[in-house]
Design a protein around this ligand. Structure first.
Ligand SMILES: Nc1nc2c(c(=O)[nH]1)N[C@H]1C(S)=C(S)[C@@H](COP(=O)(O)OP(=O)(O)OC[C@H]3O[C@@H](n4cnc5c(=O)[nH]c(N)nc54)[C@H](O)[C@@H]3O)O[C@H]1N2
Ligand SMILES: Nc1nc2c(c(=O)[nH]1)N[C@H]1C(S)=C(S)[C@@H](COP(=O)(O)OP(=O)(O)OC[C@H]3O[C@@H](n4cnc5c(=O)[nH]c(N)nc54)[C@H](O)[C@@H]3O)O[C@H]1N2
Ligand code: SF4
Ligand SMILES: [Mo]
Length: 886
């Protein structure tokens, strides 16, 4: 069927909390075309590289099609009955707190609502926590302490209207690219200044007026310095401060902090204080550099304090702005997905709230106190307190701190259920029961983005096999556990209606979360639901909160909370002299189960890497493209070295995206300890003391293949290419017969082989073909290999002997690693254009090659290329970007 006549359907991007609107057109053959929705208030048509490539990630090759139990395919009836029976039996024998759900900020609001209702109201335990504990928990706690509610005061328009945007622990250019584009547009239109506060130089620094590379974890000291300076310079807003309490105490505590803890030079501090204090329209955007810290909640309050003291909150172009990570991180907070909250911003610790929620649900139970937070939840799994666990839409075996310990706990748990799209995840592989969930393009529901805008996600594709939406699976288990009417939902609209009506209770208690305007919404209304920012219909408020006070503590005042700087819980010492920071890369989403399906997204940074400062590298004898062992008290990993001044001396940075599926030794969370913020329970993911050392291996190899290559060796990293896979390998064990080994690894025992190299000197190359068609090739060397990797990965149709030279023939172009993922433009193509004078600005590169003209995410890298250009700089940079040798 030709899909070109199928209508476009409005939906929301599957990835980050910006919540961009997308227009999806099914191609009638299971695929999709995707473009930005020009009418969506989050993006007005823009998309980043990940959103643009959504259509490349809806393939079915990896999907789980039937429920599985104990390693066998079973029907839904058996699977659901098994889950319901085992949970019921466990609760009967050991009480409701012997079971737990670990869910996700990527669930739809309707999924989340049902999970929360089942656990808190019907099972009667609060042991439901979410990966938002690793993500937003410190912000939730900080907001509640300051405002009496977990509410983001501002809106995206504030970014358009600000004169100063301060990014604290946020790599907005890569992690919220469409918001970053909005900030750049404001810079163009009104000269908005940008300050980045981040120990590391990131792509977000590219356009920044000021980059403060502070000591890790010293944000409280910095913002206490700002508060002190605000007071000293008479910039406190006395009228607004009357709507708050605590300023005096906060000033006193702040005055005792040492600004030197930030490690920042006086002139940079002065420049920051001047800018901040003299620019009323300031938005302070913050993200994981703030939240993921053992002082995360205090960092949040330190930021909020400066905005409260100056009254710069809830007014156009002003305010603290926590940007959410996952597409429904905000919806999950609203619907009460955390172990210490109830739905609709109601509190588990408030007896009246509990009673009202229980009555509304007509529930048999309601927990009297908060449940276990993520890190403690998995410790309770480990020590056998939790005996039945259901993990939905998240991959904790890879992304929880102490990932190996968490994996062992999951494996040892008496009964584990995982709901996922695929069996091929670190977590699903450990489960007793795996349930096939319907994916993003296959299910209906709502999500709330960073500025409280609720948008519809709409199903445009059929679910494959027996896959079912998460809400449906949860509701069915609820019914089978004996609560037939409470979970008798026929559609997500019905769930949304019940939830919206519930928010009336919250309004009665004076809570801000009110979407009761939707309590009567019918199927047609739900089908057509337009993006809507709550609070609904609050006239003149512009959707902002707190511009005129009206906080949600009992006295209606905000709290300016006294907070004192604390260093990270573990500091570098003789055994672990470096601080390891972790975070995201531009084109991958978390554990790559979806973005990893796209060859062009995978071409940006194709290996787990560790960024090391040149001086540290020199001292440790590490060169670019070497493999490096990184060790912490909880584990040891292997990463490709990138030598760069983007990180400071004594610091290293590694991305979070690699798993046992793609690079078993490149999993950063093996190394991260389970230390948490005492208030929020959020782990300290960005400051792990580690040691680093050169990995000395007798051989290194690069492979291209039609099928994935997964030998068990010390180092392996595999990504997709257009024609198959590319893999980097290294090991400590010598291999005697390389040809035989290659044939076994590739499962090509009978293929035709062409070989080259000098095995005696450790160099060996083999191309394996069938029917004249190249199936696989392996390049082995005693040193990291200088090859044209991107050219080879395209598996060009050239004679095997020529292929084995590792170089493109003179007339074929090696485009180099992909810089512009939208148009697939490679590094070398761009550098060629710069070198021949065709392109001397980012816009000129766009005009010549289209690079950077769609989502704009690569524009910082294009700028860097122009700065660094020289004919052989291409190879150096390629090396740094790609970890390999060009
Ligand atoms: N491409 C891409 N985008 C994503 C995601 C993805 O996987 N890939 N995931 C989404 C999700 S769930 C989230 S939560 C967001 C996260 O978005 P961000 O928080 O922007 O991303 P991170 O890379 O985790 O961390 C941000 C920065 O914090 C810095 N940092 C580390 N320690 C400190 C410190 O002590 N103080 C300060 N001020 N900064 C510090 C790091 O160097 C890093 O650059 O991204 C979302 N968007
Ligand atoms: N060291 C370190 N660790 C970190 C972080 C860090 O910065 N540093 N960041 C933390 C943060 S902020 C976050 S948000 C987490 C993210 O970590 P995770 O949530 O664990 O990572 P994802 O890869 O997003 O996992 C989502 C899973 O859901 C599956 N899935 C996709 N669609 C569906 C669906 O519709 N239904 C169901 N049931 N499953 C589906 C995917 O295949 C995948 O296995 O990582 C955290 N871990
Ligand atoms: S910024 Fe990119 S990943 Fe985030 S919602 Fe928009 S298109 Fe999706
Ligand atoms: Mo996140």
């Amino acid at each position: 069927m030709d899909g070109s006549n199928l209508p476009e359907v409005r939906s929301t991007c599957a990835y980050c909390g910006v919540g961009c609107g997308v227009l999806l057109r099914p191609d009638g053959a299971g695929g999709l075309t995707v473009r930005g929705d020009p009418d969506h208030p989050a993006n007005f048509g823009r998309l980043c590289s990940k959103g643009t490539a959504l259509g490349e990630t809806v393939g079915l090759g990896h999907r789980l099609l039937t429920p599985r139990a104990f390693g066998r395919n079973v029907g839904w009836d058996n699977a659901l009955q098994l889950v319901a029976d085992r949970f019921r039996e466990t609760i009967a024998a050991h009480g409701p707190d012997s079971v737990a759900f670990y869910v996700s900020g990527q669930l739809l609001t309707e999924d989340y609502y049902v999970a929360n209702k089942l656990m808190k109201g019907f099972i009667g335990s609060a042991n439901i926590d979410t990966n938002s504990r690793l993500c937003m928990a410190s912000t939730v706690a900080g907001h509640k302490r300051a405002f009496g509610t977990d509410t983001v005061p501002g809106t995206y328009e504030d970014l358009d209207q600000a004169d100063l945007v301060v990014l604290v622990g946020s790599n907005l250019a890569w992690c919220h690219p469409v918001l970053y584009q909005r900030v750049l547009a404001a810079r163009q239109a009104r000269g908005t200044r940008i300050v980045v506060i981040d120990p590391r130089r990131t792509a977000s620094c590219d356009q920044a007026d000021l980059h403060l590379a502070l000591n890790p974890g010293s944000d409280v000291a910095l913002f206490n310095g700002l508060l002190t300076e605000i007071h000293r310079r008479g910039a406190v807003d006395p009228d607004f401060v009357r709507l708050t309490s605590g300023l005096e105490a906060a000033l006193e505590t702040a005055g005792n902090d040492q600004i030197s803890e930030t490690g920042l030079p006086a002139e940079k501090l002065a420049a920051f204080f001047d800018l901040w204090i003299n620019t009323p329209r300031v938005v302070t955007v913050f993200s994981q550099g703030v939240n993921q810290s053992s002082s995360g909640t205090d960092k949040v309050n330190a930021i909020l304090n400066s905005h409260l003291a100056t009254g710069r909150i809830g007014r156009p172009g002003m305010g603290p702005f926590s940007v959410t990570g996952q597409p429904n991180a905000m919806g999950g907070r609203e619907v009460g997905g955390l172990a210490n909250t109830l739905a609709c911003h109601l509190d588990i610790e408030n007896a009246d709230h509990r009673a009202a929620v229980q009555a509304y649900w007509q529930a048999p139970a309601i927990p009297q106190s908060p449940g276990l937070k993520a890190v403690d939840m998995f410790r309770a799994v480990e020590d056998g307190q939790i005996k039945a666990l259901w993990i939905i839409h998240t991959n904790p075996a890879a992304t929880m701190p102490e990932a190996d310990r968490v994996s062992r706990a999951i494996a040892a748990c008496s009964f584990t259920v995982v709901s996922d799209l695929t069996l091929n995840t670190d977590t699903a592989r450990l489960a007793d029961v795996v349930l096939p969930a319907a994916g993003w393009a296959e299910k209906n529901g709502t999500v709330t983005n960073s500025d409280r805008t609720i948008s519809r996600q709409r199903a445009v594709l059929q679910s494959p096999g027996q896959a079912r939406p998460d809400w449906d699976i949860l509701a069915e288990v609820g019914r089978r556990m004996g609560w037939k009417t409470a979970f008798d939902y026929a559609s997500p609209a019905e769930i949304f209606r019940e939830y919206a009506a519930m928010s009336q209770i919250a309004a009665q208690f004076g809570k801000d979360f009110d979407i009761s305007g939707f309590s009567e919404i019918d199927e047609a209304g739900y089908a057509e639901l337009e993006p809507t920012r709550w609070p609904l219909g609050r006239k003149g408020a512009g959707g902002r909160f707190f511009g005129g006070g009206h906080f949600f503590h009992s006295d209606r005042k905000a709290r300016i909370v006294p907070v004192a700087h604390r260093r990270p819980a573990a500091l570098p010492g003789p055994k672990y002299p470096f601080v390891m920071n972790t975070g995201r890369t531009r084109d991958q989403w978390h554990t790559m189960t979806r973005t990893g399906l796209s060859a062009r997204l995978s071409a940006h940074l194709a290996e787990p890497f560790v960024d090391i400062h040149p001086q540290d590298a020199a001292r440790e004898g590490i060169s670019s493209a070497d493999l490096v062992e990184v060790t912490s008290p909880t584990g040891r990993g292997i990463f490709r070295a990138r030598i760069t001044q983007d990180v400071r001396i004594g610091h290293v940075f590694a991305p979070i995206h690699w798993t046992a599926e793609t690079a078993p030794s490149g999993r950063v969370d093996m190394l991260v300890p389970g230390t948490t913020d005492p208030i929020s329970g959020q782990p300290e993911s960005k400051a792990t003391p580690v040691s680093i050392s050169l990995m000395q291996a007798p051989w290194y190899a690069f492979a291209v293949s039609r099928n994935p290559l997964t030998p068990s060796v010390a180092y392996r990293a595999t990504v997709r290419t257009d024609n198959g896979y590319r893999t980097e390998l290294a090991d400590h064990a010598r291999i005697k017969n390389w040809e035989q080994t290659a044939r076994e690894w590739f499962a090509l025992t009978d293929a035709d082989a062409v070989t080259a190299g000098d095995p005696a000197r450790g160099s060996f190359r083999i191309a394996l073909s069938q029917n004249g068609c190249l199936q696989a090739a392996l390049f082995v060397s005693p040193r990291p290999l200088p090859l044209m990797r991107d050219y080879l990965a395209s598996m060009p149709d050239i004679p095997p002997a020529q292929f084995l030279t590792g170089r493109a023939p003179a007339d074929a172009k090696d485009t180099g690693p992909i810089i512009c993922a939208c148009f697939g433009v490679g590094l070398k193509t761009i550098v060629d254009a710069i070198s021949c004078g065709k392109a001397i600005s980012v816009d000129a590169i766009g005009a010549a090659l289209s690079a950077g003209t769609n989502c704009g995410s690569c524009r910082p890298e294009l700028g860097a290329l122009i700065d660094r250009y020289s004919p052989d700089a291409a190879d150096n940079l390629s090396l740094q970007l790609q970890g390999g040798v060009a």
